[in-house]
Ligand binder design. Structure first.
Ligand code: SF4
Length: 596
């Protein structure tokens, strides 16, 4: 059942005793002062059995805080567990006593798994936005200007070449087949002459062939493909004996599906047998261990394997208002409108306009925003036409259906044939007379073929013309600056570790991004509160403790042989800023990082 934290603060909780030592303006101190405001145990009640059933859990508000600390410090689950047990900064942030060991590693992992399975990571992120609203960081009446951007995330799965990818797929299937027949993996593989796939050496190392010989390479590949096909046949037989939909059947089907996908994407059949497919399939899976990873491209030279993080940022407050993770090969503009709508919903503030780079400046995205009644400001990509005049050198008047070329000639409007008689005619482009172009002195810089030049009108030409006019005017400069907000926030997320996925799969990677975005927002809020001089005033408990310490100090003067614990309390909690080597010997003290 749900375990709850008491609303009363204990005198021996670390945040009461050591907040001054850790620093109220550190992230740990900020979490300590706001802990009850950020998370409530009741928010996570649906993860637990009804009250009265079973033992109380570890308070979920404490575990959620630990996940944020883990993201902030970029530590493993084991390290997070140890820091919660021995690090004063974590104890202050968690609000636990020095002696307390608040959770086991598996407890933290289970809690995170529940958040991922129930897609509740977003709830933690939303709390950071709710806090921003509650503190007036996002005024209710203010309309937001959003900036959108993306960055890549390297996937968790190992990326391998086709030989080793096939071998990994074969091991996946072998493992599930051995499991379903209650056999040892090594024995199961050896019985089928496939022990080379499960040996400690890599398949290619085991092969010991002359890699310069195309014949030997082809023989090795054919052997692997034959083994893979044999195993897939075996899976079909084995699945016939399992009840459809059972967990064993599902696992076997999943492993076989990954192996089949590698065969389909990387192998083609030829007369001489199997051979490597030329080129890269668009949806190629580069790792069987994380089948959702994809080959992506950040620029012409820069390639990566993994996923893509998308963010929306309020350009004024710099708060991250929405995040998502899409496939590594997805275009940057996928789901752009969804991010805007999510921002409006979660930040509870209207979005006046959205700013983005030219990856969002295509006609379809502009049309989607226009249809939704939203303003999008995104640069139009530069149009090139080799050595010849680009389309932008022609003056196109859509209302008058006129197009004038650099030589001053007027093109003939061409229309698309209407599909139905009632359909309005649609301008498709302009054609310049062949005789005009033949006599034109500019022809070498305009036309490559024999006839006249043609200019195609884009389906969203009007929107693109509007965007071009804006970006050529001085009014565009503020938008260029506003867009940098998203770049800065992406840099902060990279600092918090999102460049490398910690987990396998897109759902868990999205969770990682949500945690990083929450920490980025909270540090921003804390910095803002400090700058505005709005730190939380001393709590009644702290005031009471201060008075108590004075009394204890008086008692020690009168009673020199008093208890060690009270002495310690008087030294550290009363003085507030001094530290004892004996007390902190077991704690990992390092200078607290300032806010970003
Ligand atoms: S070649 Fe034709 S379209 Fe090009 S500038 Fe000359 S007349 Fe105009």
């Amino acid at each position: 059942m749900l375990g709850r934290r008491s609303d009363q603060r204990g005198l021996f909780e670390a945040d009461v005793q050591y907040l001054d030592v850790v620093g109220e303006d550190s992230f740990y101190g900020f979490l300590a002062t706001l802990r009850r405001e950020v998370f409530r145990d009741e928010d996570f009640a649906e993860f637990y059995a009804e009250d009265g059933n079973g033992r109380p859990s570890r308070p979920p508000s404490l575990l959620a805080t630990a996940l944020l600390l883990q993201t902030y410090d970029r530590v493993s689950d084991q390290e997070a567990t140890e820091r919660a047990a021995f690090d004063v900064r974590w104890k202050v942030a968690l609000g636990i006593t020095i002696e307390e060991r608040p959770f086991a590693k598996s407890t933290l992992q289970l809690f995170r798994a529940q958040l991922v399975v129930h897609e509740e990571g977003a709830r933690i992120f939303e709390r950071s936005l709710a806090l921003a609203r509650a503190r007036g960081f996002v005024p209710r009446q203010r309309r937001m200007r959003l900036a959108l951007d993306t960055t890549y995330i390297l996937g968790r799965g190992a990326v391998k070449d086709t030989y080793n990818l096939l071998a990994d797929g074969i091991v996946l299937v072998l493992r599930e087949l051995a499991r379903s027949t209650a056999s040892e993996l090594a024995a199961y593989a050896a019985a089928r002459g496939m022990d080379r796939y499960v040996s400690e050496r890599s398949l290619k190392g085991e092969a010991e062939l002359d890699w310069d010989s195309a014949e030997e390479r082809a023989r090795l590949l054919q052997g692997i493909v034959t083994d893979a096909e044999r195993l897939l046949d075996e899976v079909r037989t084995q699945r016939g004996e399992l009840s459809a939909g059972s967990p064993e059947d599902a696992r076997l089907a999943q492993a076989a599906e990954r192996l089949s996908q590698v065969l389909l994407q990387d192998i083609e059949r030829a007369d001489g047998g199997a051979q490597l497919r030329q080129g890269v399939a668009r949806e190629r899976m580069p790792s069987v261990h994380d089948p959702e990873m994809r080959h992506g491209r950040k620029s012409a030279q820069h390639r990566f394997d993994g996923h893509k993080a998308q963010i929306a940022v309020d350009t004024e407050s710099q708060l991250i208002t929405a995040v998502d993770v899409v496939a590594g090969n997805a275009p940057d503009n996928r789901g752009a409108l969804d991010l805007v709508e999510a921002s409006e919903r979660d930040a509870a503030a209207e979005v006046s306009e959205t700013v983005a780079d030219c990856a969002y400046g295509d006609g379809a995205t502009r049309q989607a925003f226009a249809d939704a009644g939203r303003a999008l400001v995104a640069k139009v990509a530069v149009t090139r036409n080799g050595e010849c005049f680009p389309k932008t050198d022609f003056t196109i008047d859509l209302d008058a259906e006129r197009c004038v070329c650099p030589a001053g000639q007027q093109g003939i409007a061409c229309y698309r044939r209407p599909a139905a008689p009632a359909e309005r005619r649609v301008l498709r482009g302009f054609r310049f007379r062949a005789e005009d172009c033949a006599a034109c002195p500019l022809r070498p810089r305009c036309v490559r073929g024999r006839g006249g030049r043609t200019i195609v009108v884009h389906p969203q030409e009007a929107l693109i013309q509007q965007a071009r006019a804006l970006q050529a005017s001085p009014d565009f400069a503020p938008y260029r600056r506003a867009r940098q907000a998203a770049e800065h926030r992406l840099a902060r997320l990279v600092q918090l570790g999102i460049r490398q996925a910690r987990y396998v799969g897109r759902a868990k990677t999205r969770f990682q991004l949500l945690m990083a975005a929450t920490v980025a927002n909270l540090t921003l809020l804390a910095g803002h509160a400090r700058a505005a001089g709005r730190e939380t005033p001393p709590s009644p408990a702290a005031t009471l403790l201060s008075a108590l310490c004075s009394l204890i100090a008086l008692q020690i003067v009168i009673w020199p042989h008093g208890g060690a614990r009270w002495r310690r309390l008087a030294t550290h909690a009363g003085a507030g800023t001094r530290s004892s080597p004996a007390l902190f010997a077991h704690a990992r003290m390092a200078p607290c990082r300032p806010y970003f």
